[in-house]
Ligand binder design. Structure first.
Ligand SMILES: O=C(O)c1cc(=O)[nH]c(=O)n1[C@@H]1O[C@H](COP(=O)(O)O)[C@@H](O)[C@H]1O
Length: 308
């Protein structure tokens, strides 16, 4: 899957992942009305509206970007009905040729991680048949529990030729509280980055490992350091756009060949129609606004996606 992701980035000239983080407040009135009419003004109706909203966005952007990243929390808000919308979104995105990064941020003791890995990346055996749960291509993972919490995910990745993005330095304002702490004079994110590179050796693709890292766009100096420390690690970079990350800061997240990183934008794309910049698009044309926002992001990233 990492090889396919890289090929698609090159073909589309777009190191971009669209984050499908739907909030009810972003869903246009006509879709809310449709969801409520069909399923009721309740969890089921809201989940239906979210699915319709996602479908519109996927239809508008699937030929421009290699991947989408649904964030599971946005679906879990609506309980089981939300998870059904999560599954429908994954299946539809894959049908349209998109690679799916499930943003689930899992990680636990070994046996529990193994179950998470089965549900999200692998197969569960029932009787004499195998079934797939969510079936994302990649998922995000939290490394706080150490190797025995991570290896079960890597084992399933090897069986399924799927991948991970492991949190190394997150984009949020408080990320430094723990991640920047010095241990033997080195920040924790560096130690985690080094370990992610080692885990990466366990499952290499053609040029990069299937085991990637998450490094936020909001700490560009750290991004530059981590790029050097993890030369074969593909980096998922959230924090561009809504959280303030700028294209010009992202240059050093990429390698000399212009590869090695994929930049996420969620609200900046899916709720583009709410931004003054895209006010010409009315609510009904929300997906057209998202398409234009992807095209604008692609152009903007040219400032970063150059051969260093
Ligand atoms: O793992 C992530 O994707 C992630 C890591 C991180 O450090 N920061 C971060 O914002 N994210 C996710 O990336 C998305 C960012 O959304 P926007 O700020 O709307 O573009 C959300 O789904 C976050 O959960």
């Amino acid at each position: 899957m990492i090889n396919k992701l890289i090929q698609r980035i090159i073909k589309l000239e777009a190191p971009i992942v669209v984050g499908l983080d739907p909030m009810l407040s972003y869903v246009p009135q006509h879709l809310l009305a449709q969801g409520y009419k069909e399923k009721g003004e309740n969890l089921e109706g809201a989940a239906e509206a979210i699915w319709l909203y996602n479908k519109g966005i996927i239809d508008a952007i699937y030929d421009l970007v290699p991947a989408v990243k649904p964030q599971i929390a946005m679906y879990e808000q609506f309980g089981i009905e939300g998870l059904k919308a999560y599954t429908k979104t994954i299946d539809y995105a894959k049908q349209k040729g998109l690679i799916v990064i499930g943003d689930v941020k899992r990680g636990d003791i070994g046996s529990t991680s193994a179950a998470y890995a089965t549900g999200h990346l692998g197969k569960v055996t029932i009787g004499d048949k195998d079934y797939r749960g969510f079936d994302e291509d990649f998922i995000t993972v939290n490394p706080y529990l150490g190797s025995d919490g991570i290896i079960p995910f890597i084992d399933v990745c090897k069986q399924e030729k799927k991948g991970l993005f492991i949190l190394v330095k997150t984009s949020n304002p408080s990320s430094g509280e723990f991640q920047d702490q010095l241990i033997k004079e080195r920040p924790l994110y560096e130690l985690v980055g080094e370990q992610v590179a080692k885990w990466g050796d366990l499952f290499m693709g053609d040029s990069y490992s299937y085991i990637g890292a998450v490094v936020g766009a909001t700490y560009p100096e750290i991004g530059k350091e981590l790029r050097k420390l993890m030369p074969k690690t593909f980096i998922l970079v959230p924090g561009y756009g809504a959280q303030g990350g700028k294209a010009e800061d992202l240059k050093y997240y990429f390698d000399k060949d212009g590869l090695g990183a994929i930049i996420n934008s969620s609200r900046g794309i899916i709720a583009a129609y709410k931004q003054p910049k895209y006010e010409a698009y009315k609510e009904e044309a929300y997906a057209d606004a998202s398409r234009q926002a992807v095209l604008d992001m692609k152009e903007d990233l040219k400032k970063a996606w150059v051969k260093n």
